[in-house]
Design a protein around this ligand. Structure first.
Ligand code: SAM
Length: 373
């Protein structure tokens, strides 16, 4: 299912809002393509020669301090941060304007129940601090935003913002994370046909839905910690005719029985998790996996091993400027060690990169399978 999939739950921007969104995409593309390369040119021409005198090569912290001392770099940072804030405003305006229509549509879709999914919210659930402590990537109100009964804002913002962000990064519209993982599973485990699937950290359900459509014989469950996110995901899945059972649960302790799932997936959850959450999620994955089951945790290809100090400095921009507290934690994570610590036998796992079909961004995956009994 492609990124530009249309459905009833998407807010419809008016003329001015379309123009503002197009401007944000163009601004982000300019900042992240041509203007970004100016940062490295500045580093090579001015900063590195001054820093490197008499040393074996400057460390990332020294590069960062020296680069922030350059007004041209600070200007780029301010523009890039501003573009992200403008992005949320540009997608937020039509969502606020259309709030009543979106909530009414969600209510009707839930009452009709035609798709066959469900929504299981837990009023006593306390979202973990890793999600509530800050508005991750500046999404207003954060992932766990809940404005009360029927509120869908967090999910609506996440989907609309994610689309604009991806287009601004030049990520392809025609491929999707879920389709990518499905092709990978078909190639690595030919004939694998899951009966029960769990999608961890599902957000707006943009991967849960294509999994439900790709494996029509399977019962699909999806978990997240945000009520507003899950209400939207449930309504969105219904609008797209997909039966997905959404639950408000933590991926480190899901409450499902041992061996309950044949396929456990996550998409872009690891880079937004602390070391403890990522490792707990892997332990929980293995506990939940039935004999013969498969897990695939897919994420962005952000690995620090083998990179230059300048490149690490560049990639850590989001930690400081875009409220991504676990960005570098993830970039430094040793997934092989984490899988071993989760008591998953080494000969059952694989960690590596997968190119996308349109060549736009290779995904990173940590995967494995339980032996059949
Ligand atoms: C980057 S988004 C995932 C995107 C989504 N999987 C997709 O395909 O579009 C990360 C999501 O993980 C959720 N999350 C973070 N910590 C979690 C936890 N401990 N348990 C379950 N979900 C969590 C967040 O609320 C957020 O919605």
């Amino acid at each position: 299912m492609a990124r530009n999939t249309r459905h009833e739950l998407l807010a419809r921007p008016d003329h001015d809002e379309v123009a503002r969104q197009a401007f944000v995409v163009a601004l982000k593309q300019g900042l992240n393509r041509s203007l970004r390369s100016g940062n490295e040119a500045l580093y090579q021409a001015v900063v590195e020669p001054a820093l490197a005198a008499g040393t074996a090569g400057p460390a990332r912290e020294a590069i960062r301090d020296a680069m922030y001392g350059q007004s041209a770099y600070r200007s780029w940072c301010a523009l890039n941060r501003g573009a992200q804030e403008m992005m949320w405003e540009a997608v937020g305006a039509p969502i606020r304007r259309e709030r009543a229509r979106l909530e009414a549509a969600a209510h009707r879709l839930a009452a009709e129940g035609a798709a066959g999914g469900s929504l299981d919210l837990d009023p006593g659930f306390d979202p973990p601090r890793g999600v509530t402590a800050m508005d991750i990537h500046l999404q207003p109100g954060g992932y766990a935003l809940d404005l009360g009964e029927g509120d869908l804002t967090a999910g609506a913002l996440y989907e609309a913002g994610g689309n604009l962000y991806a287009f601004g990064q030049g990520i392809g519209r025609s491929d999707s994370k879920a389709a990518h993982v499905q092709r990978f599973i078909a190639a690595r485990w030919p004939g694998f046909s899951p009966r029960r699937i769990l999608d961890m950290g599902c957000s707006a359900g943009s991967a849960s839905v294509p999994h439900a459509l790709a494996y029509p014989g399977a019962q699909v469950h999806a978990i997240d910690v945000g009520a507003g996110m899950l209400r939207y995901a449930h309504a969105r899945a219904a609008a797209l005719g997909a039966a997905v059972h959404f639950h408000q649960r933590d991926c480190v302790a899901t409450g499902f029985p041992d061996g309950h799932f044949d396929l456990v997936v996550s998409h872009n959850l690891m880079h937004e998790s602390s070391d403890a959450t990522r490792r707990g999620m892997l332990r929980e994955t293995w506990r939940l996996l039935a004999p013969g089951g498969v897990f695939v945790h897919q994420d962005v290809p952000l690995r620090f091993a083998g990179l230059s100090e300048f490149r690490k400095f560049e990639l850590s921009w989001d930690t400081r400027n875009n409220n991504e507290p676990f960005w570098e934690v993830y970039a430094n994570a040793d997934l092989d060690a984490d899988l071993a610590a989760a008591a998953i036998p080494r000969d059952r796992t694989w960690v590596g990169h997968l190119p996308q079909s349109d060549g736009s961004l290779p995904w990173f995956v940590a995967c494995g399978s339980r032996p059949a009994e």
